[in-house]
Design a protein around this ligand. Structure first.
Ligand code: OSB
Ligand code: MG
Length: 368
């Protein structure tokens, strides 16, 4: 596949409801989309970074810079036997995984169309109905949170994740646990604690959570291993895992028992599959995380979630939870059983709606 033309654009999409984590509140998303032309076909990818460098170092500005000045010039006019071959050519660039993933994933979309198969099949996916959970942010009041949980359970979602931080943790979980004692519940701290909080973190064991996600430092493995020896609640790593090597080391030292795989954070499909394989060989479950993606990133998450090791419900949920109008057709819908049926058409399986994308665009640059 020869890449003839790449277009990057930034769109702005207001969220239906603000999303708050331990590091802050988001109301409008700034999303960089990548559109790649090769072999007369068009593939799409999404940069999944946050607006601010709070989840990771990447922002729309850094992704734009790395795509414009490095990844795109290095790829234009080049011949790749398969999309999997583009990742090694980015190796010299340290980090910037979300920028890399957007370009790599767009080429996977092209390759799947070229071969006339759904992207998930090209990846080696087997699951055709994926289990879905929801991630619910910090709310203004606990009452509002309880109402939201009820709504998502009524919609059929199989697992509830709530965000926690010091001051919004044990008391909140206690309320949820007494109201919904039997639900599959988990908590995500986004690195809001340190080992100094050990007494408080030990209290999590009261709630029989499925897991606690990234309680400690955003690059830490060592302290997570110490914490895991002190608590019964399984630790799930998110921020700390940037690729298969991190996953291997984390499992070797017992830093966690579950891994959240995000396409952007690990740098694209090639790396995501490697993380999946490392975990699967050790019988460690993985699930697909979310980054408040537009339909394009969401469609990629669905494809990833079909790999056989994705045995736990992911943070991949319906478009309407995020957007009044998504930028793909059809939008992502979730069944009353809390599942997504994977698309059967070639490529991504959801068509980018160019009119809506154009309307949301605030800047655009074309290469090639
Ligand atoms: O830690 O999983 C996270 C959103 C933004 C940044 C980090 C995270 C999240 C989510 C939302 O939990 C998942 C989603 O619904 O897309
Ligand atoms: Mg997380």
């Amino acid at each position: 596949m020869k890449i003839n033309r790449v277009e990057i654009r930034e769109i702005r999409l207001p969220l239906v409801h603000f999303f708050e984590t331990s590091f802050g509140r988001t109301t409008v998303r700034r999303i960089v989309l990548v559109r790649t032309e090769a072999e007369g076909l068009t593939g799409w990818g999404e940069v999944t970074c946050g607006e601010d460098p709070f989840y990771s170092h990447e922002t729309p500005e850094t992704a734009w810079h790395i795509l414009r000045d490095f990844l795109i010039p290095w790829s234009l006019g080049k011949e790749f036997a398969s999309a999997a071959d583009i990742a090694p050519s980015f190796k010299l660039i340290r980090g910037h995984n979300m920028a890399k993933a957007a370009l790599e994933n767009s080429l996977w979309d092209v390759e799947a169309q070229m071969k006339g198969v759904p992207l998930w099949k090209l990846l080696g996916g087997t699951l055709q109905e994926i289990p879905c959970g929801v991630s619910i942010g910090i709310q203004n009041t606990v009452e509002e949170l309880v109402e939201k949980i009820q709504r998502e359970l009524d919609a059929g979602y199989q697992r509830i994740k709530v965000k926690i931080k010091p001051g919004w943790d044990i008391e909140v979980l206690d309320r949820i646990h007494s109201k919904f004692p039997r639900i599959a519940l988990m908590a995500d701290a986004n690195s809001a604690y340190t080992l100094a909080d050990l007494p408080r973190l030990k209290l999590l064991d009261r709630f029989y959570l499925m897991m606690v996600e990234q309680p400690l430092g955003w690059e830490d493995l060592i302290d997570h291993a110490k914490l895991q020896r002190e608590i019964a609640t399984p630790i799930c790593l998110d921020e700390s895992i940037h690729g298969a090597d991190d996953a291997r080391k984390a499992l070797e030292i017992g830093a966690g028992k579950i891994i959240n795989v995000k396409l952007g954070r690990v740098g694209g499909y090639t790396s995501a599959r490697q993380v999946h394989d490392v975990c699967r060989a050790k019988k460690v479950p993985v699930w697909c995380g979310g980054m408040l993606e537009s339909g394009i990133g969401r469609a990629h998450n669905i494809a990833l979630s079909t790999l056989p090791g994705f045995t736990l419900p992911g943070d991949v949920s319906a478009s309407k939870r995020y957007w009044t109008e998504d930028i793909i057709d059809p939008e992502v819908t979730v069944s009353a059983q809390g599942t997504i049926h994977v698309p059967q058409s070639a490529g991504l399986g959801y068509a980018p709606n160019l009119e809506r994308i154009e309307k949301a665009t605030v800047r655009k640059e074309v290469f090639g």
